[in-house]
Write a protein that binds this ligand. Structure first.
Ligand code: ARG
Length: 470
């Protein structure tokens, strides 16, 4: 395996190989090359280079004519890449050197002036920031769509009764609308996290050069403005060293994915035969190759699964960055695949969740029946004892537990006990107590701020639409 050890006969890298007489070992070239994935940054790279070239000309560092040739050449390359006519070469390592090398081949010497007062270190940091900024904006917009879909279903089901669960045991009746609004709040916070991260990361590393800044009279404020950044980053070493903006993106994507995984899990549970609370149409169901009866919620399962991978992406980059000495280290090239993977998958998941949220049919009666089972009205009875008989809640809890035990022994619901049976345990119980035991009355009574009463839910929907602008 001579090839794997020694340099292959061939020319040194034309972009940096001045002092090298031969090409890198094949395996070095292979481990070094990132273009297979970082070509996704071509748009950001070209945008950054155009801003840089224009700035160089404004500052008199290169001629106007050279800048014009560079900009026109870059625009042609952009067109070629979008038309899939551009050939990326692994030998040129990454997207930056591929574009610059082709530019030089096409426009000649002027192309060689583009990299004045710049390094790939500030270039890649700029490109990735632009990419993450777009990813944050796209995520925030998609989340608004998901919120809108959930709000629509919540208003259809503001008064639809379902069992609320704790420990996946029926706990107290709630409304489906209220349950869905819980997710509207979570996705609202995810949007806010994207907004926060965006404002913190929106500063330009461009012009930090390799790490120390440059002796050329560049104007970093100009390039920052051209690229839509609020300001240039203040410290050149920080500008090329940190990837906290990528970590924040991965963290908020992971949190959002975890939020979605919980709704996805509920879709899986609710659409299963034992629950039968909801049913997805054919558009959102898949069949089994062996079991003809199956209607599987594959998309929900995949959203649930992808949450694992997205938290893995966060862990991967945290581990890459940990203990890296300042400034740039090649380890940092490992930042890209997790970011691209999370950016692409989070969008896919948010859109799929919106599609599913829009799709499912609700088995209202089945849900309401489930809410009346499993003594989910026990708290209502305890509350009645506390309110009407002035019993300390702890005692009311105890009395109710004995009533539940009595009903359970006879395998019947609480409200199926006779008044006499009730009074055998608590003589103070009166006939009107039975009116709090129906699930519909239970939810209607939960009027406290943020509670599940249908009137609350209706108001909460109006308020949420306004607050979230959806
Ligand atoms: N492809 C590299 C990366 O993604 C670009 C920066 C290279 N800088 C360097 N000093 N070798 O990190």
């Amino acid at each position: 395996m001579a090839d794997s050890k020694k340099s292959k006969a061939g020319k040194a890298n034309p972009m940096w190989g001045g002092q090298f007489s031969i090409a890198p070992a094949e395996l070095l070239a292979k481990i070094n090359a990132s273009v297979a994935f970082d070509k996704r940054l071509y748009r950001q790279d070209i945008r950054g280079s155009i801003a840089h070239a224009n700035m160089l000309a404004r500052q008199g560092i290169i001629s106007r004519g050279d800048a014009r040739a560079i900009v026109a050449g870059l625009q042609d390359i952009l067109k070629d890449i979008e038309a899939e006519r551009f050939i990326f070469s692994d030998a040129l390592e990454d997207v930056h050197m591929n574009i610059e090398s082709v530019l030089k081949n096409r426009i000649g010497e002027a192309g060689g002036r583009l990299h004045t007062a710049r390094s790939r270190n500030d270039q890649v940091a700029t490109d990735l920031r632009l990419y993450v900024r777009d990813a944050l904006d796209a995520l925030a917009a998609a989340l608004a769509g998901l919120q809108a879909a959930l709000l629509k279903r919540a208003s259809e089901h503001a008064a639809t009764i379902m069992p609320g669960f704790t420990h996946l045991q029926a706990a107290q009746p709630v409304t489906l609308g209220h349950h869905l609004l819980a997710y509207v709040e979570m996705f609202g916070r995810d949007r806010a996290r994207a907004r926060d991260a965006r404002s913190r990361m929106n500063e330009s590393p461009l012009g930090a050069a390799a790490l120390a800044g440059t002796s050329f009279p560049i104007d970093r404020h100009f390039t920052a403005k051209e690229l839509g950044f609020d300001a240039p980053m203040r410290n050149s070493i920080d500008a090329v060293s940190d990837r906290d903006f990528a970590l924040e993106f991965l963290a908020l994507a992971a949190i959002c994915a975890v939020h979605m995984s919980r709704l996805a899990e509920e879709f899986v549970l609710w659409s299963s035969a034992p629950f039968s609370f909801i049913r997805f149409s054919d558009s959102w169901s898949t069949g089994s190759s062996i079991m003809p009866q199956k209607r599987n919620p594959d998309a929900a399962e995949l959203v649930r699964g992808k949450a694992g991978r997205m938290s893995g992406n966060l862990m991967a980059l945290l581990a890459v960055m940990k203990s890296l000495p300042l400034a740039y280290n090649k380890d940092m090239q490992e930042d890209k695949e997790p970011v691209f993977d999370s950016a692409e998958n989070i969008l896919l998941c948010v859109r799929a969740m919106a599609g599913m949220a829009d799709d499912f049919n609700v088995a209202k009666e089945r849900m309401a029946r489930a809410a009346g089972e499993a003594y989910a009205n026990a708290t209502d009875l305890a509350d009645w004892l506390t309110r009407e008989l002035d019993m300390p809640f702890r005692k009311a809890h105890h009395v109710t537990a004995r009533l539940v035990a009595l009903a359970a022994k006879q395998e019947k619901r609480l409200e199926a006990l006779t008044l006499t049976e009730m009074q055998s345990i608590e003589p103070g119980i009166r006939k009107e107590m039975f009116s709090v035991l129906a699930a519909a009355d239970s939810v209607k009574s939960r009027r406290s701020f943020g509670g599940t009463a249908p009137d609350n839910v209706k108001k909460a929907i109006v308020e949420a639409k306004k607050r979230f602008g959806v």
